[in-house]
Design a protein. Structure first.
Length: 248
C-alpha cells in the first residue's frame, strides 16, 4: 500500500481544534448538541468493527446485531462515557475496552427494545451485517486482531468516501471512478494508458491527477484519524499503527 500523502500545514491546526474524540470526552461532563452529534458520527462510522468483534466473541448473528445496537444506544445515552479516560488517548482503544465491559455484564434480553430508539447503526450498510460478515475470509485471528484490522479498513473507507464526495462536488466523479483503484497501490504497466484512453486525457495528465488525488487522500486520511485522538503526535502514531495492522 502506498504511503499516504503529506498533510498540508494549513490543515493541521484546524483538524485538532475540536476532534470528535475530544468532544466525546467532554460529553461525559456536560450535555450538548455538538457532543451528541460527535458521538453519533463516530458510532455510525465505526459500527462494523464492533459487530465483527462481537461475532468473533462467539455470539450468533441475531444476538450480535442486538448487542451492537444496544451497545451504541447506551453509548449515545452516555451511560458508558463515565469510563472514558483521557490518558487512553485513542477512541479505538477506549471503545474496545468499553465494549468488553459491556459484554461482560449480564445481558438482559428484555433490553432488545433499544432505549436508543431513534438510533440505528447496524442497518446503515446496503447489505445486512451478517451478509457482509460472511464475505470475511476464513482465518484464525483473535477477536482483537480482527477488530483492529476492520477498524483500519473503516478509516481508509471513510477517507476514500470523503474524497469521492469532494470529486463529485468538483465535477470529477468520472475521473475518481477510473482512478480509485490505483490510489493506494501502483498499477500494472499500461493501466495509466488505459485510463487515459477512456477519459480522453494524456497519460501524463492522468498521472498528475492521480498524484494530486493521492495527496488529498492522505490529507483526508489524517483528518479521519485525527477525529479519534487528541493530538497531532497521537494521530501520526495511530496512522502508523493502522498501516502496520493492514500489512500483517
Amino acid at each position: 500500500m502506498a504511503e499516504p500523502g503529506q498533510e498540508s500545514e494549513a490543515a493541521g491546526p484546524r483538524v485538532f481544534a475540536t476532534t470528535h474524540w475530544s468532544v466525546v470526552l467532554a460529553a461525559g461532563e456536560s450535555d450538548s448538541v455538538p457532543a451528541r452529534r460527535a458521538l453519533e458520527t463516530l458510532c455510525r462510522a465505526y459500527w462494523y468493527p464492533i459487530y465483527v468483534y462481537v461475532r468473533r466473541k462467539g455470539h450468533g448473528p441475531d444476538d450480535a446485531q442486538d448487542l451492537t445496537q444496544e451497545f451504541f444506544a447506551q453509548f449515545i445515552a452516555k451511560e458508558l462515557l463515565r469510563f472514558a479516560d483521557r490518558d487512553k488517548g485513542r477512541f479505538r482503544t477506549f471503545l474496545l475496552a468499553t465494549l468488553d465491559h459491556f459484554l461482560a455484564r449480564e445481558w438482559n434480553r428484555a433490553h432488545r427494545l433499544k432505549r436508543g430508539g431513534q438510533f440505528s447503526f447496524v442497518s446503515l450498510d446496503e447489505r445486512s451485517p451478517e451478509d457482509r460478515y460472511r464475505l470475511e475470509p476464513a482465518d484464525h485471528e483473535t477477536p482483537e486482531k480482527k477488530f483492529a484490522k476492520q477498524w483500519a479498513l473503516a478509516v481508509l473507507q471513510n477517507a476514500l468516501a470523503a474524497l469521492e464526495k469532494e470529486c463529485a462536488a468538483d465535477g470529477k466523479g468520472v475521473l475518481f471512478g477510473e482512478v480509485r483503484g490505483v490510489l493506494s497501490d501502483e498499477p500494472d504497466d499500461g493501466a495509466y494508458a488505459g485510463i487515459a484512453e477512456r477519459l480522453g486525457m494524456t497519460e501524463g495528465a492522468v498521472r498528475v491527477a492521480v498524484h494530486r488525488l493521492r495527496r488529498r487522500y492522505g490529507e483526508l486520511l489524517r483528518a479521519e484519524v485525527a477525529q479519534t485522538v487528541e493530538t497531532a503526535g497521537e494521530a501520526e502514531d495511530e496512522l502508523r499503527h493502522l498501516m502496520n495492522v493492514l500489512r500483517e
